[in-house]
Design a protein around this ligand. Structure first.
Ligand code: MLT
Ligand code: ZN
Length: 469
């Protein structure tokens, strides 16, 4: 029997799409890639995933795991051959259980991130991963790409939030590693291999995640600073002054504020006069009576006196807090409205961030004068989205044509400062050559060895993360 016939025997009607029905699964979020597919499988059980993978392995057919399709590097899009099977996890979407006493929750891969957050809150607990796309991204994708977001400073990345994993291997075996243990020193961290592997080693079907005490009080401020150097100095002060209750510290350049006020309805400048840079910072505590606002006001006041902060406003209500966050969260959308641009996702040690921005901005001014720099994001993690935006009326195609040259300069600079060319967006298809260029040779060889060991026939998300063949 051919593979499609075998798959029809495994999956119920409606769980196998072919032809036109595959369309929504063939283009990535940024529209960088348009693939074709043999079919799209939408299994509803781990057993069905296992049988689908065993059949594909036997037939040597590539499988492309697909979550909420919000990734930035094309990791969930099939290639152009039309021979690969897309495996969408969206129907594998149960919360299997919440253990409030253990501060843990078990969710299937297709659960929306927001649903996981809600399930935790329903049990009086907090799941801290927080991203702009949380209403559409799936936890399986968050795990497979080791997602970051706006709370990494306090809680770490997705990898840091995992206790156990259930994974279907390329040959259909199920690795049941769904432990809920915080201590388990039993050999190699096999489960850890699948986090950030972008579906190239197996398919994550469920995870047991760490929960935290529910956040009962927050204090949020939008502060103007002269430059990223002042932002980094302010972060160090606030960490100490707040007893490390700081959960977000995000950089917003003036241009980002201008683009959001221009393109996103309802956004206004929270401060009276313009400033070159801003930070959005938030403190959070599980204690309802914690005087966080007073603490933040005092710390920002001292920073103002010391010349680190130029002006600041505190959110006085949930509505004001949401308005401040909306500025930060709609920057990518505002950029899309403004026109074509070049995106980079770099990280360096926080201490090296000011030098990165100074030298990176200098290089852009000298070499790509038609572009405007819009460097924003997770300063607290040393991670900036160091993007270039065309000037109004400028030729967008001409800017895009410079992509390779700009990428090389900025990635070389990040790496020379001890940084990474992919802080939180992963490798996917987009950055395979970058990984080959920057990963230490020994590490790359080990990655290939792991790939061969777990996926000897090369069926798992071929051509993503590592070049296939
Ligand atoms: C963000 O932090 O907003 C995203 O990771 C990057 C982006 O959407 O450009
Ligand atoms: Zn980000």
């Amino acid at each position: 029997m051919d593979l499609l016939g075998t798959l029809r025997g495994i999956l119920a009607a409606g769980e196998l799409l072919t032809g036109e029905a595959c369309e929504p699964y063939l283009v990535d979020h940024r529209r960088l890639y348009r693939g074709r597919a043999l079919a799209v499988a939408l299994p509803r059980s781990v057993e069905a995933v296992a049988r689908v993978l065993a059949a594909c392995d036997a037939a040597r057919v590539g499988v492309v795991p697909h979550g909420g399709n919000t990734g930035y590097c094309g990791g969930a899009t099939p290639d152009e051959s039309g021979t690969q099977l897309v495996l969408a996890l969206k129907y594998l979407n149960r919360i299997r259980g919440v253990d409030a006493a253990n501060y843990s929750l078990t969710a299937e891969a297709g659960c929306l991130l927001e649903r996981v957050q809600e399930a935790a809150a329903g049990a009086g607990r907090y799941f801290p991963l927080s991203l702009g796309s949380q209403g559409s991204c799936q936890i399986g994708g968050n795990l497979s790409t080791n997602a970051g977001g706006v709370h990494v400073l306090r809680y770490g990345m997705m990898r840091d939030l995992v206790l156990g994993l259930e994974v279907v291997l390329a040959d259909g075996r199920v690795l049941n590693g769904l432990t809920a243990l915080r201590k388990d020193n039993t050999g190699y961290d096999i489960r850890g291999l699948f986090l950030g592997a972008e579906g190239t080693l197996g398919v994550i079907t469920a995870a047991t995640l760490k929960l935290f005490p529910q956040i009962e009080s927050t204090a949020t401020a939008f502060a103007a600073v002269a430059d990223p150097r002042a932002a980094v100095a302010l972060l160090a002060r606030l960490r100490a002054a707040s007893g490390d209750t700081i959960s977000s510290f995000e950089l917003v350049p003036r241009l980002a504020l201008e683009l959001t006020t221009a393109h996103i309805p309802g956004i206004t400048d929270p401060l009276g006069t313009p400033h070159p840079w801003y930070v959005l910072c938030e403190l959070g505590s599980a204690r309802a009576a914690e005087p966080l606002e007073a603490l933040l006001t005092e710390a920002l006041g001292a920073a103002l006196e010391a010349g680190l902060v130029r002006d600041a406003v505190l959110a006085r209500s949930g509505r004001e807090r949401a308005a401040l966050w909306k500025i930060r969260e709609t920057i990518p959308e505002a950029q899309r409205h403004e026109g074509p641009g070049l995106k980079h996702d770099i990280s360096v040690p926080v201490s090296a961030l000011p030098e990165f921005v100074e030298r990176g901005a200098g290089w852009i001014a000298a070499h790509v004068p038609q572009a405007r720099l819009i460097a924003y994001g997770h300063v607290g993690d040393g991670n900036l989205h160091f993007n270039l935006q065309g000037r109004a009326g400028a030729d967008g195609a001409a800017l895009l044509a410079r992509a390779d040259e700009v990428r090389r300069a900025l990635h070389d600079l990040a790496v020379s400062l001890g940084g990474s060319f992919s802080a939180e967006h992963g490798i996917g298809r987009l950055k395979v050559a970058e990984l080959e260029r920057y990963a230490p040779a020994t590490e790359l060889a080990l990655m290939h060895a792991v790939k061969r060991a777990l996926d000897p026939h090369g069926i798992m998300n071929p051509g993503k993360v590592l070049r296939s063949g």
